[in-house]
Write a protein that binds this ligand. Structure first.
Ligand SMILES: *Cc1c(COP(=O)(O)O)cnc(C)c1O
Length: 377
């Protein structure tokens, strides 16, 4: 007799789909027999500049100590972050990417009897960490591709333990202004924790957007998460963090694994925080690339969701799966987001000028293969 292990999994896990990462360059190269160097990956919201030289030097300097456990308290990184953000080190919880922190938060505050509120079209990890616990996810319909904050506040019940808000959101790139976020926080009872996920905070341009750190004093139930994976260019090293009251951080620290951030990641993240020039370059390249993509989409007559992040969701006017495939055949990797309730959109990460151009040049054929065949075939 064989056991169906599926039935042994926690109920929430039985219905889960694994997180779908962007297709790696080497995998597509193997499948299509292409030179990896000829492939353009605009699929995982990575920083296209390559890592900061300061971060690389700090990472290399760690290699001689690989036989030692890392500093489980992340003293240096927390001290540097605390100074930079004007918070106490005791307010910081480090994670193996901010994904890790999101999971630690869920495990610390929610269980099978809890409800967790998040938005339609929001970052997939909120639903994954909720369901893995067997907790009840409450997905609130979105509004103009963004969060419907009033509806989310109204979805809070006495079972609600956590609310996730992504600002800016991935994969839509939508962002809420400071006034709306504050009004929303004011509507949430203090016994319900609000996670404000600011993975793309460093890319925000212009005034009027909330800085979660500045809201911590006013809202003791707030947890802000940020990451080194996007603007800071260290996605491979997996390091992110949360900011909260010391009391909440103390809880999170009980649940996290003792050495959840490795020594190379700690050193590189600490060093990159001093590389203001790198961050400025990343922001400028992103602003330029976003404009290039927007103009390219407009020329092709494609609608897009205006984005505050380092990516943009473009409506390809049909089920996007085949357009995605035909882009792959031309060596361009983007991200289908049907799993986010957006079957006609593709999410395109902002690349270097040449990379964005490759995508824009590959799109006409991918969108309209028959016309192209008639012309060239
Ligand atoms: C990329 C992303 C993260 C975090 O990624 P890590 O690499 O785990 O730090 C968190 N939230 C959102 C909305 C993201 O897009």
């Amino acid at each position: 007799m064989s056991i169906d292990y599926q039935t042994l999994a926690v109920a929430g896990v039985q219905g889960m789909m694994p997180y779908q990462p962007g297709k790696p360059i080497d995998e597509l190269a193997r499948e299509l027999g292409l030179d990896p160097a000829s492939i353009v990956k605009l699929a995982s919201n990575e920083n296209p500049l390559g890592p900061s030289q300061a971060a690389l030097a700090a990472a290399r300097a760690e290699l001689d100590s690989l036989c030692r456990y890392p500093d489980g308290n992340g003293f240096n990184l927390k001290a540097r972050l605390a100074e930079k953000l004007n918070v106490g080190p005791a307010q910081i919880t480090l994670g193996n990417g901010s994904n890790d922190v999101l999971e630690i938060i869920a495990r610390s505050f929610a269980d099978r009897d809890s409800e967790v509120v998040y938005s339609q079209h929001a970052f997939a990890v909120y639903s994954l960490v909720t369901r893995a616990l067997g907790a009840q996810g409450v997905e609130v319909p979105g509004r103009h591709w963004g969060h419907d904050l009033d509806a989310m506040a109204a979805a809070v019940t006495e079972k609600t333990r956590l609310v996730f808000v992504a600002n800016p959101n991935n994969p839509t790139g939508t962002v809420h202004n400071a006034r709306d976020i504050k009004a929303f926080l004011g509507q949430i009872p203090e016994r319900v924790l609000v996670v404000l996920d600011e993975a793309y905070f460093e890319y925000l341009e212009g005034d009027g957007f909330p800085d979660g750190v500045a809201l911590l004093k006013q809202f003791p139930n707030l947890i802000v998460t940020r990451t080194f994976s996007k603007a800071w260019g260290l996605a491979a090293l997996r390091v992110g963090y949360s900011l909260s009251s010391p009391a909440i951080a103390d809880i999170l620290n009980r649940v996290r694994q003792p050495f959840n951030v490795d020594a190379i990641a700690l050193a590189a993240a600490t060093a990159v925080l001093d590389d203001d020039e790198y961050l400025a370059r990343a922001r400028q390249a992103n602003a330029d690339g976003l404009r290039q993509l927007e103009q390219g989409f407009e020329r092709l007559g494609l609608d897009y969701v205006p984005s505050a992040g380092n990516f943009i969701a473009v409506d390809v006017g049909e089920e996007a799966g085949s357009v995605f495939q035909r882009l792959l055949e031309q060596g361009v990797i983007v991200r289908p987001i049907a799993g986010y309730g957006m079957p006609r959109h593709l999410r395109v990460s902002v690349g270097l000028h040449e990379e964005n151009l490759r995508l824009l040049e590959a799109l006409p054929e991918a969108l309209n293969p028959k016309v192209d065949e008639a012309l060239h075939g």
